[in-house]
Design a protein around this ligand. Structure first.
Ligand SMILES: Cc1ncc(COP(=O)(O)O)c(C=O)c1O
Length: 393
């Protein structure tokens, strides 16, 4: 008998990725000062972080974390249901529910786990899960794990979603979409999706990892302008605009009661450290109230888009803090990223399988912590580097 060797197979897949210019690489960031980082001894301006409001190093968050750690230590010591649920978690859940206009909210340790937990709690064999083609991996993985039939629709095309629902008219259905698409930066057609779901008696789930804190009058995210009933299942993360870590699901009291029983990634894992919940609470206060900070982020985004148009730089159609520059070939995207790094800018190349084949890009993200001259410097560097790189975009 001769079985395939798992490590040999992994090594072969690794070699294949390297051959196709698709190898991913871990870089160690040695110093961080807002958007200024040091990598391998080189000072770089970071245009890759999801710290959209520049809160990750904010004094109020540090203070909240330190005080909570001084009060109750570091770890939660147990799962939420077994003594790990602390005052800090309860207060944060209440605050998140109020902010997003939902009855209740439930914390998860990561966004990935929140999405898996929701899907497994709600769906099973015989159900259908309809998803945008460009949804985040955690939504797709959650659907696979649930055993439901996963049906994907063309990016942001509501008619395509309708067709997928109609071909499975009798099955219980969840339609899940990123709110702001993580690699493209555009916002899902929420109003149309909500109307479709109502008509098709499907449940709409929106993952607003990249909209919370950035969009909506009070930063409550991409769905802030819709009625809570239009988006009955809202998930968002605390590790992006809020600058901390973790995630939550917000919705009706009945939904949250059900998730507490059946979301396995909630039940069978250690609760988020309470000090992180405390820091996230401080972040919500700022994200909710500090309009200037959000206005500053949007001013940088507008400056970038106008500057790019003036320089003939092609961008995707995005109004969010995620501003991808399409390149096409993986090797060209990698080369552009390396040239930017040599010029002092950290902008990773995003390549398949994170994005579809032939759609490699530079994923540029903005933060309220960037200055006008930071953005101007990036535009100048892009203008020097891109004329050749974007030829085939
Ligand atoms: C749309 C989306 N959903 C979920 C996640 C996962 O969140 P987390 O990093 O908290 O696991 C991410 C990114 O990480 C994301 O971009």
């Amino acid at each position: 008998m001769s079985r395939p060797d798992l490590f040999a197979r992994l090594a072969q897949a690794h070699a294949q990725r390297a051959h196709e210019d698709l190898l991913r690489r871990v870089r160690t960031v040695e110093q961080v000062d807002g958007p200024r980082i040091v990598v391998a001894g080189h000072a770089l301006l970071n245009f890759a972080s999801n710290d959209y409001l520049g809160l990750a190093q904010h004094p109020a968050l540090r203070e909240a974390m330190l005080q909570a750690a001084a009060r109750s230590g570091v770890g939660a010591t147990a799962a939420h249901l077994l003594g790990g649920h602390r005052d800090e978690h309860a207060a944060l859940e209440e605050k998140l529910a109020r902010w997003t206009g939902r009855e209740r909210a439930l914390l998860f340790s990561t966004g990935y786990m929140a999405n898996l937990g929701v899907m497994v709690a709600l769906l099973g064999a015989g159900d259908v899960c309809v998803q945008d083609k460009l949804n985040h991996a955690s939504l797709l993985d959650g659907a696979h794990l649930s055993g439901a039939r996963l049906k994907r629709y063309r990016h942001a095309e509501v008619d395509s979603a309708r067709r997928q629902l109609e071909t499975d008219a009798a099955a219980a259905a969840l339609l899940a979409s990123d709110g702001v698409f993580s690699m493209d930066g555009d916002v899902a057609p929420l109003v149309e999706l909500a109307a479709l779901c109502k008509k098709q008696q499907a449940t709409l789930m929106i993952d607003d990892a990249h909209g919370l804190g950035v969009l909506g009058a009070h930063g409550a995210g991409c769905a802030a302008e819709l009625a809570p009933g239009d988006v009955p299942l809202l998930m968002a993360t605390l590790g992006k605009a809020l600058g901390v870590a973790g995630a939550f699901v917000a919705g009706s009291a009945a939904l949250i009661d059900g998730l507490i029983q059946f979301a396995r990634t909630y039940v069978y894992t250690t609760a988020l450290p309470p000090a992180l919940a405390s820091a996230a609470s401080a972040a919500v206060d700022i994200a909710h109230n500090d309009r200037e900070r959000r206005a500053c982020l949007h001013a940088r985004i507008a400056q970038f888009r106008e500057g790019a148009a003036a320089r003939g730089i092609i961008l995707l159609d995005s109004t969010s803090a995620i501003q991808p520059v399409p390149i096409g070939a993986s090797a060209a995207a990698l080369a552009a990223s390396r040239q930017l790094e040599a010029a002092g800018f950290y902008v990773p190349a995003i390549r398949p399988p994170t994005v579809p084949a032939g759609k490699a890009r530079l994923r540029i993200t903005f933060s309220a912590a960037h200055s006008e001259s930071d953005v101007a410097g990036l535009l100048d560097a892009l203008a020097r580097i891109l004329p050749r790189a974007q030829e085939f975009a």
